[in-house]
Design a protein around this ligand. Sequence first.
Ligand code: GAP
Length: 511
Amino acid sequence: MSEDVFKKIVSHCKEYGFVFQSSEIYDGLSAVYDYGQMGVELKNNIKKYWWDSMVLLHENVVGIDSAIFMHPTIWKASGHVDAFNDPLIDNKDSKKRYRADVLVEDYLAKIDEKIDKEVEKAAKRFGDSFDEAMFRQTNPRVLENKKKRDEVHERFAKALNDNNLEELRQIIVDCEIVDPISGTRNWTDVRQFNLMFSTEMGSTADGAMKVYLRPETAQGIFVNFLNVQKTGRMKIPFGIAQIGKAFRNEIVARQFVFRMREFEQMEMQFFVRPGEELDWFEKWKETRMRWHKALGFGDHKYRFHDHDKLAHYANAATDVEFEMPFGFKEVEGIHSRTDFDLSSHEKFSGKKIQYFDPELNKSYVPYVVETSIGVDRMFLSIMSAAYCEEELDGGESRVVLKLPAALAPIKLGVLPLVKKDGLPEKAREIIDQLKFDFKCQYDEKDSIGKRYRRQDAIGTPYCVTVDHQTLEDNTVTIRYRDTMEQERVAIDKLSDIISDKVSMKNLLKTI
Ligand code: GAP
């Protein structure tokens, strides 16, 4: 897949009411998006798939919904006030601001591209006899580029690890990285920039308090650990799940809903006995990967990316990456966070946050394994995998969203063949029967062919056409989105045929 396909997906999202630029009539607000009438249905279905997989399928996982505003000391305790930073650099000519680490990453990616192009060219030249591994090991131009890449990468990783901002700038200078707008190398120093948004609570006369818009939902779970454990009489191991908005003042905000300033997370903190966290980490890794793969887009689209550099509070971390049109990218993070958060909240709040383990007959601060996934990234991964352009017989083509039926915004399109002779009324009758089970859409405008295309474009798995024969024998033609096959079925069989395939329960059973 390419950037071209990505552009098409972005415009498809707009054209069919999935995603709009926020505040569009005011020329938009960068990296903020609104979900439209189709997008919200798909998003809600994704959230339901996640929520049910956590709290329905696990007796020991319960949910909460905590507030976005929290006591500001929480963000001191979590480390976000001091360390939730990105390194920034400005170009003095264009006055544009960049993430210094992203400038270097883009530079490294360009070298990789150069190497890949070299390999591609050779593959064309040599045809079937081409030995790619051998070529990569021996071709002088490839080796030279690889050496350059590895040297810069090593310096870069060290600079990030040591938090050495001067060295980060020096790498940009040494690599002769230019500003894509001004084309110059007139860079400022690199500075740290905190990603949290803040606002004020209370009036100024009362002495307003600076509060933050939460940059992750997880802290709402940590600070409610004892509330939930005590009131729910939860025994370790147990988990708390939450879906909610998070906010980050991202400097490089691009790639559509992949990196937003206001986004939604689905997080689950699983509290375990100290010493058992790495076993649970492995278990949750497997469980989460099964959840992703159950959507049926193909196992090759997913991979784990283990972190080389661990945050100071983590003793294991991995990302679930998905093959987006712009390469494999993180969709979910799974982290073994030790007792860092709960211990830190104990220290900052002065309150004991411990669990008495009746089997061990002692109290301890539980360890935590976290699974954290972005709803919007999940949405983008699903749209990317489902988007399909197909050539049809007779020189026609169609765009179809091959969404898993349980996630599709509309499950059934109901189409009267003509707008008269009682067919619209019959179509409405069918909707009235089925609307309690799943979302139906009535459409009578344009030819049947055009209406099928519109339903294909929003991923509707089934359409039924109501024609004159329907009035005589109560049958309709059902058309299947993926195969485009059609068959005649009785109206009273529709619910059985469709319910089974669109059911969230059946999807959950495949995890
Ligand atoms: N509590 C852990 C945590 O927040 P993270 O890796 O920073 O970890 C978790 O974020 C997930 O949230 C990511 O894997 C991604 O799916 C999503 N996410 C993070 N920043 C995002 C952004 N700016 N826009 C959209 N999704 C984002």
